[in-house]
Design a protein around this ligand. Structure first.
Ligand SMILES: C[S@@+](CC[C@H](N)C(=O)[O-])C[C@H]1O[C@@H](n2cnc3c(N)ncnc32)[C@H](O)[C@@H]1O
Length: 314
């Protein structure tokens, strides 16, 4: 029934409902509660970070005493808790909208499997230290902005990082998961240039970008490629995805003057048909470019004295 009503209502009405404070209040609470026992459990996030660190060739103590930034930290900040477990000194969790629901964080922590967290992270920090930090997190019954601060986590929202980076110190690690695809096309380069400027000399970034249509990820992953720019507002770019394809991301990252980048993984969707007509505004090279569904992007400063490392300025 809920699905039927959702499908019948025109987009304009849905937008009005979604923009209301009451809807957002209820949605954010329900969503956070769901995420706390699914995709944002601490063990799942530790697992993801462990993989990303392996994919990007990081070594032991990669985050110990480091300063980290998460872009688009969402409802639960569980990835930032993983950076705390790895010994980060300070972690800035930022978001364009204040989505954070602190009251569900302890659920995401306590419903996790402890040994899985330890196994995922022990390549990158001493296991007994991860364990004692995990015990610290488990001892918190109800998280708040202040308890997060006690773990070195500073929540900054609302903030638009394409406008400015409200952080005074250099950043050793910049992370985002499922965020850059929500940033309107016009804001991507200013945002990446702001991040580039604040990255420390030895610092690195990792961004997981999800390139399919968020309106119906499962059944219609490419449908958004049919819309003309006039029919695809900034609001839709944020909601369904900005539609930047792999080759355009490649171009954007190669234009960052002081950074080398590498796609450390890329996956594609072959199970669904592409639309018969792709709008001419979509920049792409071939079918595979359109079908790419996820990219994992690793960026690091270009060494000053060496012309190229591994040919990553693609
Ligand atoms: C799919 S959620 C992912 C949240 C979190 N990274 C996670 O893995 O659960 C997308 C996030 O991107 C944020 N976002 C959307 N547009 C943004 C923008 N222009 N700048 C920064 N963050 C943005 C949203 O507020 C939200 O937190």
């Amino acid at each position: 029934m809920k699905k039927l009503v959702k499908n019948i209502l025109p987009e304009t009405i849905k937008s009005i409902i979604r923009a209301s404070k009451t809807y957002q209040y209820i949605y954010n609470k329900n969503h956070a509660n769901k995420l706390a026992s699914s995709g944002k459990k601490l063990d799942i996030c530790a697992n993801e970070i462990g993989f990303y660190m392996l994919y990007t060739g990081q070594e032991k103590y990669v985050l110990r005493n480091k300063v980290c930034l998460e872009v688009g930290s969402g409802w639960l900040l569980t990835h930032t808790l993983v950076f705390y477990l790895l010994g980060a000194r300070r972690i800035y969790a930022t978001d364009i909208e204040p989505l954070l629901q602190c009251q569900y964080i302890s659920k995401a922590v306590s419903q996790s499997v402890n040994w899985s967290i330890l196994d995922s992270l022990s390549n990158f920090e001493d296991r007994h230290l991860i364990k004692s930090r995990l015990d610290n997190l488990l001892s918190v019954k109800r998280f708040s902005i202040q308890t997060l601060r006690n773990f070195g986590i500073e929540y900054i929202s609302p903030v638009d990082l394409s406008q400015k980076l409200p952080i005074e110190e250099n950043l050793d690690f910049i992370f985002s998961k499922s965020v850059l695809e929500h940033v309107p096309v016009a804001d991507i380069i200013p945002m990446l240039e702001n991040l580039e400027r604040e990255l420390s000399e030895e610092g690195f970034m990792f961004h997981l970008i999800h390139l399919t249509d968020h309106r119906d990820l499962e059944n219609n992953p490419f449908n958004f490629l049919v819309y003309s720019p006039e029919d695809y507002s900034r609001e839709l770019q944020t909601r369904w995805g900005n539609r930047i394809r792999r080759s355009q991301w490649q171009e954007i990252f190669s234009n960052l003057k002081t950074l080398d980048f590498k796609f450390v993984f890329e996956w594609s969707r072959q199970d669904k048909a592409l639309p018969t007509e792709i709008n001419p505004c979509i920049q792409y090279t071939d079918e595979e470019d359109l079908r790419t569904s996820h990219i994992g992007v690793y960026l690091k400063r270009t060494p000053q004295t060496v012309t190229s490392v591994g040919g990553n300025k693609q």
